[in-house]
Design a protein. Sequence first.
Length: 149
Amino acid sequence: MKGRLIFAVALLVVFVFFLVATLSFRSMRDKTFPLIAIIPALILLSSQILKEIFAFRRGKGSMGEETKEHRRRYLGVGIWMALTLVMFWLIGFLGTTLLLPFIYLRYNQEGWFLSIALPLGCGIFFYTLFSLALGLRLYQGFLFSNILG
């Protein structure tokens, strides 16, 4: 019960950091895509925090008792989120869009066709939508922007 509240508050702090970083971008064009993702996340996290606080005051968790299995899953989700942030910072949006689902699907022992087709389809979709249709510059990552190019 208290763990979910702490986790939601920690995520809220991370997303507020993202919001502050996004607002420091120079042009509105660069701010558009991150704001589309950050604002709904802030709203949903705020509502989850309120839900947990009210449940805590009533003396019960919003989802009942936590078990070892729940804690293990929370840890797994936290690790995947941390890896996503590191990958996003290092290889950018498109690199993460291609590599993260591939790694996840292979980790869960999905077939090669699905493990390649799904990330490739997502990469093509996001590139077409954001870069070509909307004309937004997607974050290239530290490696591509500073080291390789």
